[in-house]
Design a protein around this ligand. Sequence first.
Ligand code: HEM
Length: 218
Amino acid sequence: MGRMKLSNINLLETLNSPEYLPILATFSERKARKKEILFLPNHYENNVIIVKKGKIRVYLAFDDKEFTLSILEPGDVFSTHTRAYTQCLEDCEFLVSSAENFRKIIKQYPSFTFNIIQVLGDLLHNSITIINGLVFKDVTERLVEFLVNAAEEKGIITEQEIKLNLGLNIEQIAMLVGASRQTVSVLLSDFSKAGIIHRVDQRTLIITNMELLKSLGS
Ligand code: HEM
């Protein structure tokens, strides 16, 4: 999911500069371990967080289904007053402050709003993809769409093939396409038997027949 860049301001570097010291003092710092859930939907305190280290997944969960809305990175701002869960994908550190305090801060330092628009834009992009997929596509089509998009974004083209280092395991792919791990696993092995893909390892695959893959997606 390519994120539009509105500014190259690195929020963390900015925050660490002397003029921002008084602001930093109004945030408290927290650490959390990989896989830990940070906040449940509609957390009782209305807080704003800024990621300092690691990646935090923002997702919706119902029964056994999960939908990833965004993956926050260092410098990203998010809040606890949403219907989404937040979870650390790796050991992480983040800053926490009340939304009330944050409201005063953005008045004084509007550059924060660039990042917020970026994060919300990413959330909106993924929300539209999810709605589109749920309403108009079945799981196969969603997985195909995911692979085709990923290939276009970061596939390495070599002669007839496209090498794709997804950096995600099956479980993480399943979360992105809103299906169970088992379903994605069965589909990938079907694609493999049909000569469409070749799986190199857990996180890497080679698309050997892009045309056929695309034809399954429409
Ligand atoms: C200055 C601090 C903030 C204030 C005063 C504020 C205020 C609000 C209010 C009044 C709502 C509607 C709640 C409702 O429907 O009951 C809302 C929703 C939302 N806010 Fe904020 N917000 C703040 C900061 C942020 C930040 C920094 C983010 C993320 C970058 C954010 C993300 C969201 C999202 C995603 C929703 C929709 C939640 C849902 O419907 O599940 N907010 N906010």
